[in-house]
Write a protein that binds this ligand. Structure first.
Ligand SMILES: C[S@@+](CC[C@H](N)C(=O)[O-])C[C@H]1O[C@@H](n2cnc3c(N)ncnc32)[C@H](O)[C@@H]1O
Length: 265
């Protein structure tokens, strides 16, 4: 039976789960005592920027919004089945990190970001997560991670770099660029990610957010172009486009150093 549209709208606005997807492989179970988390904190996960990363806290699980579910489906299908470690290089609210640990068989996961309040929220959730061992959130930078990866061989099978490359190359009001060239950035990425980097970012300067364009240096804006980005990436990775759009493709970057895992068929 179909509800009349006014009723349907009323139901959606009343029911906080109306925008959520309860597909078992997309939710993240295994949390404890989530009811102890304050309502004001819950709003952060369900109603803040970036909106395509929103989710709600169930009794003992995280339930993704429709937009987040769509992104999860698009990206997680490219995790190699034998991968055992994952780093999200701009983890934001942390869903991809929790999901990888709980649902994708990763034994070690790390989420980094530069935004301390967001990371504190990830750590709060992690304190309730049954698999918190080897699940880490840290305020860190690509350069730092790359040095660490070289020194301690603390690199990762899978890396996620989603909707963030423009900040690494051009900087923002929050921080300067993370590298002086595309080449330097992809070198560091190849140190951190020994297997596959899933790269889903805007490649055209004119497609970037207005604020990013306005704050970019002249030099940075000139070489922010798909040709330059892909040439630099190709020196360290084999690059394959597997989805997304021309302006914002989903690219699989497989490290030319060779895998330490093998694809299981
Ligand atoms: C658009 S959000 C994407 C978050 C996440 N990867 C996703 O897809 O949901 C951009 C992320 O990049 C992080 N970031 C890293 N360096 C940044 C910089 N220099 N300026 C702004 N944001 C930066 C932000 O804190 C934020 O979490």
């Amino acid at each position: 039976m179909q509800l009349p549209s006014t009723w349907r709208k009323a139901w959606h606005s009343w029911n906080p789960l109306s925008d959520q997807v309860l597909q078992h492989d997309l939710v993240v179970p295994g949390f404890e005592r989530l009811h102890e988390i304050e309502d004001s904190d819950r709003d952060f996960w369900s109603h803040s920027y970036p909106r395509n990363h929103n989710f709600v806290l169930g009794r003992n699980r995280l339930i993704p919004s429709r937009r987040l579910s769509d992104r999860l489906r698009q990206l997680t299908v490219h995790y190699p089945r034998s991968a055992r470690s994952l780093v999200d290089l701009s983890c934001s609210k942390g869903y991809f990190v929790f999901h990888a640990r709980c649902q994708m068989g990763m034994e070690r996961v790390l989420g980094i970001d530069i935004d301390r309040p967001t990371l504190e929220k990830c750590q709060l959730l992690n304190a309730h997560f049954g698999l918190r061992e080897n699940t880490t959130f840290a305020e860190s930078r690509l350069r730092e991670l790359s040095h660490k990866a070289q020194a301690d061989q603390a690199d990762f099978d899978v890396g996620l770099l989603v909707n963030t490359y423009q900040y690494l190359r051009l900087g923002s009001s929050l921080e300067p660029a993370a590298g002086n060239s595309h080449r330097e950035l992809f070198y560091m990425l190849s140190q951190v990610c020994r297997g596959r980097l899933i790269f889903h970012n805007r490649l055209e300067f004119t497609d970037l957010q207005d604020s990013v364009q306005q704050e970019a240096s002249v030099e940075g804006s000139k070489d922010y172009h798909p040709g330059e980005i892909l040439t630099a990436a190709s020196e360290f990775f084999q690059v394959r486009k597997v989805g997304g759009s021309a302006l914002r493709p989903i690219l699989l970057l497989d490290n030319r150093r060779g895998y330490t895992w093998r694809e299981q068929v």
